[in-house]
Design a binder for this molecule. Structure first.
Ligand SMILES: [Zn+2]
Length: 250
């Protein structure tokens, strides 16, 4: 089993077209042996989040077994928690993605509380961009795990280039914090696997950011992961069982 836990739906043109289709991306996944991709928006971080959730749901729907959609919301809006529930109950979305730096908010603002509580009640994780200031330091995000002990929180880059020691600290401190290693340097990935409980570790590639379905760095990042000096059993668990459990498929 090979799950890519961090992939973006390509941005739409003004005419509402996509640079490639979901079927094109599935064909790409097949060529590289990827079973499931967790699909996050790009457009939804700055355009109308509700509409972008609809677009993403429509894009993924014909391939629901292979493309698992996460919604996004503007957490400042009064109906943010309602929108999360709509996406889960209507579309079967499995999490909420925030790019707190692009969306311009601190995850510790009081307006996050209703979204956190609703997600915890629905049993879905909140997935955050992490590893780059502002608003996105790994421990800052992980503090939500203290406020909401029943909420699962995913650090979408495992601290990225600079803050992976923080991400490790967060994973060791909080059993409800998951580290998605994505664009995390190889040495940092080995340190994460050596220090954070294994069942809290995921892997993703940031696929979908390129303008054609063949995403050069997706294959590159999987090969980088396969080359890590960690047990094969750990690699299988990160790409398989851990991801499936968080997606509610195990
Ligand atoms: Zn991303």
């Amino acid at each position: 089993m090979k799950v890519d836990f961090h992939v973006h739906q390509p941005a739409r043109s003004r005419e509402g077209t996509y640079p490639y289709s979901a079927a094109d991306y599935i064909a790409f996944m097949d060529r590289h042996g990827i079973d499931i991709s967790v699909m996050l928006t790009i457009d939804g971080f700055w355009y109308d989040a509700h509409a972008c959730n609809d677009y993403l749901a429509e894009w993924c729907a014909p391939h629901a077994d292979r493309l698992v959609a996460y919604c996004t919301v503007d957490p400042r809006k009064d109906d943010a928690a309602e929108e999360v529930e709509r996406c889960v109950t209507r579309y079967g979305m499995r999490g909420v993605k925030f790019h707190n730096w692009l969306q311009g908010f601190s995850p510790l603002e009081s307006f996050m509380a209703p979204v956190c509580e609703r997600a915890a009640a629905l049993g879905i994780p909140l997935f955050f961009h992490d590893g780059t200031p502002p608003y996105s330091s790994s421990l800052q995000i992980a503090h939500l795990a203290v406020r909401h002990p029943n909420l699962k929180i995913v650090l979408g880059h495992g601290g990225l280039h600079d803050l992976w020691p923080e991400a490790i600290a967060a994973g060791k401190r909080h059993r409800n914090v998951y580290l998605c290693m994505c664009a995390t340097p190889p040495f940092a990935m080995e340190q994460i696997v050596g220090n954070v409980p294994l069942d809290q570790i995921l892997f993703g590639t940031d696929g979908g950011l390129f303008h054609v379905p063949e995403q050069p760095f997706v294959d590159y990042r999987f090969r980088e992961f396969e080359a890590l000096d960690i047990p094969v059993k750990a690699k299988r668990q990160i790409l398989g069982a851990n991801a499936l459990r968080l997606l509610g498929r195990a």
